[in-house]
Each structure stands twice: as structure tokens, then as C-alpha cells.
Ligand binder design. Sequence first.
Ligand code: CS2
Ligand code: MG
Length: 405
Amino acid sequence: MTDTIVSADVLVTSPGRNFVTLKIVTASGAVGWGDATLNGRELAVASYLRDHVCPILIGRDPARIEDTWQYLYRGVYWRRGPVTMAAIGAVDLALWDIKGKVCGQPVYQLLGGAVRNRILSYTHATGWDVAALLDAVDAVRDRGFQAIRVQTGVPGLDSVYGVTKDGAAYEPAGRGAGPVEEIWDTAAYLRHVPGALVQVREHVGPNVALLHDAHHRLTPNEAARLGKALEPVDLYWLEDVTPAENQEVLRRVRAQTTTPLAIGEVFTTVWEFQQLITEQLIDFVRAASSHVGGITPLRRIAALAEVWQVRIAPHGPSDVSPIALAGATHVGLATPNFAIQEYMGYPDVVHEVFRHDWTYAEGHLHPGEAPGLGVEVDEALAARFPYERAYLPVARRRDGTLTDW
Ligand code: CS2
Ligand code: MG
């Protein structure tokens, strides 16, 4: 008998940071959870879902995941964009969750079953100076990580996005009335980072995978210079070297350096990856299972990437909720050209609000064997943490000009 969706509700909770979660319930009593969090623009997605998507989900067959994806993507005149795609992603994740629960299978089984035993994961180490960074690297190695994203402060700057001064875990979005403004100096960054990362490589030896994120801040020439300068570090990848809009510029970067490139945490459709993949301008696709519109399109991107020997490595910072992280780990376990999963980690309270079956051990993640995605939301606990306005910082050059992320 065909099941139907009887309710679709949005829950916004802020256990340390904001998360937007979609709850879909079917007539047979199945409950599916989806992540709709868009860091710094959370309520836009909540409204998109509540005001425009939830009403038209009622009465639909939850088993028709692909058709619902097409309905919400192709069926809408104003398509694409991060708000739309995060909303579609939440629906898609929730429907895969329901399908798994109805079939009594973890989602990775529905995707073809495991192709690996566990998923290599990396986390972040940050230190304002090299000594602090090496301490942070040692601390995450003690937690079992064999792959580490390393970010450092830059002499002459007061702050650098993603780097803490006090050794505490950093939070990508700050709460408050508006974005914090930081001063950015590319020349100072380029002078400092290669030397700092060489010291990290010397400290950890050859067997630890090191990654670095440039956060879209460089020109093509600067990116090529950085990639070349980092070749002795033998990076696993250099991430987001140039602003995301103009992908042709990567041809120049690619021609100049063999440092592997990872791009795409802010991309939201397969079409944004098309040129990057088919021209082999990147090595790793960073699409998140939520922001790219769900597991359905992430699998499609992975299939395209596989043809061109490009691998996928979904975004997994603390602003991607444990639900979307679960989605990534199910895809990761079942997808041959999956490379590595970012696992920034969450404060304890987030693990309590989002009770998850996925586990971390010895540098690896596993989605677990619970039917569906394996995440259940404690709604009573979530309700104790109301939304708090938060923004990512903005960056200006020394002369005051706003600069790229
Ligand atoms: C970063 C993120 O994880 C990453 O690679 O780029 O910290 C990113 O800055 C945040 O997710 C922004 O929301
Ligand atoms: Mg990144």
C-alpha cells in the first residue's frame, strides 16, 4: 500500500550554534529527518521550507525520492541557489531516512552496500603560531586522526578566519548583531603559510595526510604560486584557492602545480562541478549531502566524477548537522570514488540533541547499522535552545576594500 506524507515541520535549534532540521512524518508512522542548515542564513531556508515546500509535500508518496527531487528542482521556475538547494537537500535526506526505516536497512545498503569497511576522516588543527599549531596537530593525532587540516595565523594580522588564538575549538559563525570584520592581507599569508606547513610536515613525518584551506581568497596567479610553494609539503589537498564563480581560471592554477585541488563546499548543483570534473581541474569534490540538494544529486556528482578519476570528499564542518554528516557517511561507505570525510566535530550538547548511530574511531567514521540515516532528534532538548542570530565574518583588505571569502 502506498504511504503518504502527513506532516512536514521545520525545527530551528541552537545548541551552541544554529541548526535547521526538517521532520517528515508519514501515514504509516515513519519519521524522516533532514538537515537544512545554511550557516548565517538559517531562517531563509526555514522559511523556504515552511512557507513553500512543506505544504506541497503533504499527500505525496515518500517512496518517490527521485520524483520529489525533480518536482522540487525541475518543477520550480526559480531553481538552484544555496537556499533552494539546502531546502531540497533536507527533503531528500529525510526521504532517504524514511526509505531506510521502511525497508529496515541503513541507507548505505540501499545505495548498493559497503565498498569499504570504514571511512577515512580528517579534522582541523589550528594554531596562531607554528608552535601552537604543532601542539594542536599532536592533540588531534592523539585522538587517532591520520589526516589533518592545518591552518595558522599570519604575522601582522590580528585574526585569521578558522584559526583560534586560545587553543579552543573555533566556531565558523559568531553570534551577534552583525558580522565581525577582519583585515586580510594575501601577501602576508603567502609569505607565511608555505614555511609554516613545511614545519608541520617535518613534525609529523611522511605518513600523516595534511590538508589546507585557502577559503577562496586568491587570484589565479597567487593560487598557482601557493600550490607550487606547497609541493614540498606533499598536501593531500589545497582547498578553495580561488573565488567560486569563475572556474576557467583554474586551468591556469592546474597548469602550474601538481598540488591536488579540492573545491565545491559552496556549490549546489552537479552543473557547477561539470567543467571542473570533465576538464580535470580538481581532484576532490567538496559538496555536502545537504547543500548540494541531498543524497540523490551527490550520488550523481560522484558518478560523473568517477568517470574522470575525480573523488568526492563531502563538506563536514560543525555547521553541517549530524544528519547531513550521516548522509555523507552512508554515501561514503557505498561509493567507490569517495576519498575522505571531513569531521570537524561538535560540542557534546549537539550529540545529545542529534542522537546518532554513526561513530568515530581511530581516524575513521562509520554510518552504523540503524535503519535509515541513523539520527534521531531529541525535540524536547532541541526546544531548549532557541535560534540566535549568527554570521560568518567578512574580510577587508588593509585599505578597507571588502575581499573574497
Ligand atoms: C570550511 C568551513 O570546513 C571547511 O572546509 O571551509 O569551516 C566553512 O568555512 C564553514 O562551513 C562556513 O559555513
Ligand atoms: Mg572549506
